[in-house]
Design a protein around this ligand. Structure first.
Ligand SMILES: Cc1ncc(COP(=O)(O)O)c(C=O)c1O
Length: 463
């Protein structure tokens, strides 16, 4: 058969004829619980189109996406330059994945990434964030000859077994033990605890998110510098997991730059994909890399079949080009500052609103126990039914009434998290601040919002 002609899968037509059945298909063939969640919270609108920072439902109603596919759409959905780069690869008859050759595009992407992180020398590519974390664990063990890995309470590094062993949240770990041995949990922002954990000199690496995704927890001003000093003193590798915070998200290429540190390894994924082709990257010092790949017979001692594939590498190259050409990181810094300022200004008006924090376009909006007795009774009812349930009283009306897609930042969390595409405009910022103002105001009144609360309590009780 001639592979250059013959049957075509018309994916657009398939999408159109099947999209109305998506929830039934998922219920029967995939994760039924996800369908139940979406229907319960009213997110089952059936999105049909994505462009930039916007999603469109069946009625062509426009939604502002403050979730960006868990951070992959830094450049927005379906950016023309990423799409063009991918089409270009498909049309170029490139010698992809020869395996007994080395990839030209991987060489280019590695070179350009490392030019942006000049204190590091070598790159290793993987297919996802979790795979980058798995690779980092192996590099750290091979480089130091130590088995231990230290990680933080509330950390999230992915859900494969190595990455899960560094997860600081019981909900993800329970039921999957035993995990990787010799992994040690230390509280985030606690240098004394880290010092104690490292002083036995059995820890190969300390893996840390510069800003924790769960709760959008910022490091104390001296924390990451302190981490770097302790790691150097105890000859432990300092690994910054920038899978969520990297590629411009916080208003710098890496979040680590805000605190002027130079980690021994930097992990990237998510946004590097341009939102189209999964990719992960471990950037590291040459000596660390060369301890793993130290002899010819170990040239393939770690790797993965699809890593360095041309589509992923092209998506990465195009992403870096757009980031620079469209000054995307600068936009994240500017719109992020504006949102932080204007959302923080709401604090004085609302007793349920406790804190607004973040850097660039990674923002956490935290709610907490109100002072007035009437609100306190309703708050306690929700908390007793399910810790963190209050945030649904914010995210559900944001979605239903204001067409804004957000998330609660983790299990039992009181923080709503914003990680929008980094290309949002001033008009989008107006939309966000207006919507939060109204929804938070409503949550301070008896009525529709709290009756939604009672419905959610019923669901929580039944679950
Ligand atoms: C900080 C961090 N590390 C690692 C991961 C895992 O990435 P992936 O989902 O691509 O495996 C995530 C995903 O949310 C993350 O936020």
């Amino acid at each position: 058969m001639d592979i250059f002609s013959g049957p075509n899968a018309d994916i657009r037509a398939l999408f159109e004829t099947h999209e109305a059945a998506r929830f039934d298909l998922h219920k029967r063939r995939l994760n039924e619980q996800m369908v139940r969640v979406l229907k319960t919270i009213g997110y089952d609108v059936g999105f049909c189109k994505g462009r930039g920072q916007y999603l469109y439902d069946r009625q062509e109603v426009r939604y502002l996406d403050l979730l960006s596919g868990f951070g992959v759409f830094a450049l927005g959905r379906n950016h023309h330059a990423i799409r063009a780069a991918l089409k270009n690869v498909l049309d170029a008859d490139l010698p992809n994945l020869v395996q007994m050759d080395v990839s030209t595009l991987a060489g280019i992407l590695a070179d350009r990434l490392l030019a942006l992180v000049p204190h590091l020398d070598k790159a290793f590519f993987a297919n996802s964030g979790a795979e980058a974390v798995e690779a980092a664990i192996k590099f750290a063990r091979a480089a130091t000859g130590r088995a231990g890995i230290a990680y933080c309470s509330h950390a999230f590094h992915g859900l494969t077994y190595g990455a899960l062993s560094l997860n600081g949240d019981e909900v993800f770990r329970r039921g999957f033990e035993p995990l990787l041995p010799d992994c040690v949990c230390v509280p985030f922002n606690d240098l004394a605890a880290l010092d104690r954990a490292l002083s036995g000199r059995r820890i190969a690496a300390f893996v840390v998110e510069p800003i924790q995704g769960k709760g959008v927890t910022l490091p104390n001003e001296d924390y990451l510098k302190g981490v770097q000093d302790l790691c150097r003193r105890h000859e432990t590798l300092f690994i910054a997991d920038e899978i969520q915070t990297g590629i411009g998200r916080t208003g710098r290429f890496l979040a680590s730059e805000h605190w002027d540190v130079e980690p021994d390894m930097v992990l990237l994924a998510k946004a590097l994909s341009g939102g189209h082709v999964p990719v992960g990257a471990v950037l590291m010092r040459k000596w660390v890399h060369d301890k793993m790949f130290n002899r010819m017979d170990r040239a393939v001692v770690h790797g993965s079949t699809f890593a360095k594939n041309d589509l992923a590498m092209a998506a990465g190259i195009a992403t870096l080009e757009v980031l620079k050409a469209e000054r995307v990181t600068e936009n994240a810094a500017r719109t992020g500052d504006r949102l932080l300022r204007e959302l923080s200004a709401l604090k004085g008006n609302y007793e349920l609103l406790k804190d607004v924090r973040g850097k660039g376009l990674m923002i956490g909006i935290e709610f907490g126990t109100p002072r007035s007795l009437k609100l306190k009774a309703s708050w306690n009812l929700l908390e007793t039914a399910s810790k963190g349930l209050f945030c649904q009283l914010i995210t559900i009306p944001l979605f239903k009434d204001h067409k804004i897609l957000t998330q609660v930042s983790g299990h039992a969390s009181h923080t709503v998290k914003l990680i929008p595409p980094l290309i949002i405009t001033d008009e989008d910022c107006d939309w966000i601040v207006r919507a939060f103002d109204q929804v938070i105001a409503d949550s301070h009144r008896a009525g529709a919002v709290w009756s939604l609360g009672k419905t959610l309590v019923d669901h929580a009780m039944r679950a």
